[in-house]
Design a protein around this ligand. Structure first.
Ligand code: MOS
Length: 699
């Protein structure tokens, strides 16, 4: 039997999500929905102070209460790369909302009730949660995430700015933000002898398995992580979170399986947030709009426990040509929870400042903001001269402008009034690195040409499971319905996390490689596939390691039309359009939903989302979905995405660059720029709320 790849017949077509019926019928199981016998429930007790020492825990009594764990009685844990995972090990309180005790009871109600009546004795200390541009604790981290230099510079920025015909010197601020996946961080943990089984909501069963094994001093093979369906993550589930450790610890102590789903309020302290940023951008240009200097200097925070250095200014290293340039990052360690990944960490907040500053420069030059960008398009990486593998940013701007209807736009702001609304449009660029990470897949075929793909990938709602079906079907030349894909389980071949927009590219490459290996095996055989089937595996590690990552990015351009109520300052986004160049699009249906989902999240960043840290108490005061506002359907009027025909085989053999995050990069800036165009008011601290517009003299 021989199999040959077909001309792509599944890849590139809008295949509906294979797990869609399971999800809409409620059959898909999430972390705390697995039927497990004798399961008991845990509820977290969190610190009511931002800094201090826990001296005693008065534990509640109750017929159904099994135990209350705190640092005096909790089992000792091993080392962890992430200190936030060493839960209940120390009396030191590093931020408000840190877990200080865990109540385990026979029912959820008993656990929750007892947790509310736990009495904590705490020696409270002075805390500091306020990030300021001149905070005395500011320091330069050794690197920013994941391993970029903190500072870069070339030429003489100060001299170039002094000589420039036009300059911009602006400071943009973005607030702390919180990921709010529909499914909270949640775990069901059970011990089978010395082996641990975790049904856990996460973005990488292989990685979470290794992290948990290390902290419980187990062999990685002793930890089995299942994450078959995951209700969103956005980065906040990219590494093990305290819920997994707490549930496993509690299950060991009480001898029953334990369920722990964090309540929404706890998500605001226990699993990370996007750091607030204070970003100064300075631009210098000739009178015809050629940039001579770009400086992007960032101040942000991290926690006392762990240095998380968001790479906010790194994106500016790739966007525009200019001989004199610098980027820098400074951090303050505050008494706050550790910031973490949130969709396009770095690029999303960084491009707010850069792309709004570019718009400000265009306005001061009297130039069209698209023309200004096109004029400063680099031919190679602006900082080190690396060639781009493919870069179609200018095409995105041009094609997008024509599809959006940009040409009749007046240069001046505050020109278009429709009834009570000021109307304006804005543009901003988008980019995101094209990454791949090592993964292994196994593919098996039986005599009836039924194919089973196994890889410890995970589908956090992106459609990645569906895309893997498409890749296997085309690579083996079998119909889509012949393919079964098993993912979301650490006992499957090891795979990378669903992060860095690299999932489909990384896992898809492994699946494609395994299919190739299977074809080669079949080609050497005479006779049919043996009754027990045939299988082949492929590990991309050596290939991934030899591929150079530099110069590889996806690009895009975002266009927004807004209406601003002339009396109330209410902002409505009437149109949002993204034009992308992201390599080969494997599934236009799931891709579109990633793009418009990212753009909508960007709208939240521009207009709605803001985690307010109360300086007196150190608490995120708006820690639920009643007060932390995310866009609802009514906020999203016309929204659409399109992409250029691009394929970049230098990124991976599929030619796909990754699409999960680029939608949120630049879409907030396009909206903020459109608000200026509508009203003539520049709001430089996000979100743009009506109170900021109404108090602006120009409004
Ligand atoms: Mo994304 S923040 O890389 O999960």
């Amino acid at each position: 039997m021989t199999l040959s790849p077909t001309r792509p017949s599944a890849i590139g077509t809008p295949v509906a999500r294979v797990e869609g019926p399971l999800k809409v019928t409620g059959t898909a199981r999430y972390a705390v929905e697995y039927p497990v016998e004798n399961v008991v429930y845990a509820w977290v007790v969190r610190s009511p102070v931002a800094r201090g020492t826990l001296t005693n825990v008065e534990t509640p009594e109750g017929a159904d209460v099994l135990t209350t764990l705190w640092h005096a009685n909790a089992p000792k844990l091993g080392e962890a790369d992430d200190p936030e995972l060493r839960v209940l090990q120390s009396p030191t309180i590093s931020y408000r909302g840190q877990v200080v005790a865990l109540v385990v009871a026979k029912t959820l109600e008993a656990a929750r009730g007892a947790a509310l009546s736990v009495e904590l004795s705490i020696e409270e200390q002075e805390h500091d949660v306020l990030l300021t541009p001149d905070h005395p604790g500011l320091y330069t981290p050794e690197k920013v995430n994941p391993a970029f230099p903190s500072d870069t510079s070339a030429g003489d920025v100060e001299a170039a700015l002094a000589d420039a015909a036009a300059t911009v010197d602006v400071t943009y601020e973005t607030p702390a933000l919180h990921n709010n996946p529909m499914e909270p961080h949640a775990t069901t943990a059970l011990w089978v002898g010395d082996d641990l089984v975790l049904y856990d909501s996460n973005q990488g069963p292989s990685a979470i398995g290794s992290q948990v094994a290390k902290i419980f001093e187990l062999d990685a093979s002793q930890v089995h992580v299942v994450a078959e369906h995951v209700g969103g993550g956005f980065g906040s589930k990219g590494s093990a979170r305290p819920n997994a450790i707490l549930a496993a610890m509690a299950a060991r102590v009480v001898g029953y399986p334990v369920r722990l789903a964090l309540p929404r309020q706890a998500l605001f302290t226990m699993v990370g947030h996007r750091t607030p940023t204070i970003q100064r951008v300075r631009l210098g240009a000739s009178s015809d709009g050629v940039l001579t200097a770009i400086a992007h200097d960032v101040v942000e925070h991290t926690s006392q426990l762990f240095e998380f250095a968001e790479q906010t200014a790194v994106v500016t290293r790739h966007m525009y040509a200019a001989p004199h340039r610098q980027t820098s990052h400074k951090l303050a360690r505050l008494d706050v929870p550790t910031p973490r990944w949130m969709r396009a960490p770095g690029e999303a907040p960084g491009m707010v400042a850069l792309e709004c500053a570019i718009d400000e420069l265009a306005a001061s030059l009297g130039m069209d903001p698209i023309e200004l960008r096109v004029r400063n398009e680099p031919t190679v990486e602006p900082e080190d001269g690396t060639p781009f593998s493919s870069r179609h940013y200018v095409e995105c701007l041009r094609v997008g402008a024509s599809r959006f209807g940009w040409e009749t736009r007046p240069l001046q702001p505050r020109q278009r009034r429709e009834g009570r609304w000021w109307v304006g449009t804005g543009v901003a660029g988008a980019t995101y690195p094209s990454m791949v990470m090592p993964s292994t897949a196994t593919v098996r075929i039986d005599p009836t040409r039924k194919v089973e793909v196994t890889v410890a990938a995970v589908d956090i709602g992106t459609g990645s499971r569906t895309v893997l079906h498409q890749i296997a079907a085309d690579s083996l030349g079998v119909p889509l319905e012949n393919v079964t894909v098993r993912i979301g389980d650490s006992s499957l071949p090891k795979a990378s996390i669903a992060g860095g927009s690299s999932g489909s590219a990384s896992w898809g490459w492994a699946v494609d490689g395994a299919c190739r290996a299977l074809r080669e095996q079949l080609a050497t055989m005479t006779g049919p596939v043996p009754a027990e089937g045939l299988s082949a595996s492929f590990d991309t590690t050596p290939d991934v390691k030899t591929r150079e990552n530099a110069g590889k990015h996806a690009f895009g351009a975002h266009f927004a039309e807004v209406r601003v109520d002339a009396d109330t300052g209410e902002v409505r986004v009437s149109r949002l359009f993204g034009q992308y160049a992201v390599g080969r699009v494997l599934n236009p249906s799931t891709a579109r939903s990633q793009f418009i989902g990212g753009m909508t999240m960007g709208m939240g960043m521009a207009l709605h989302e803001e985690s307010v840290l109360d300086v007196a108490t150190g608490d995120w005061v708006n820690h639920d979905l009643a007060e932390y506002h995310v866009p609802a359907h009514a906020d999203v009027e016309e929204i659409d995405a399109a992409w250029l025909d691009e394929e970049d085989l230098s990124v991976n053999p599929l030619g796909a660059k990754g699409i999960g995050e680029i939608g949120i990069v630049g879409s907030p800036a396009a909206i903020v720029n459109a608000i200026w165009h509508a009203t003539g008011v520049r709001v430089r601290d996000l979100p743009v709320r009506l109170d900021k517009l109404l108090t602006a003299p120009a409004f």
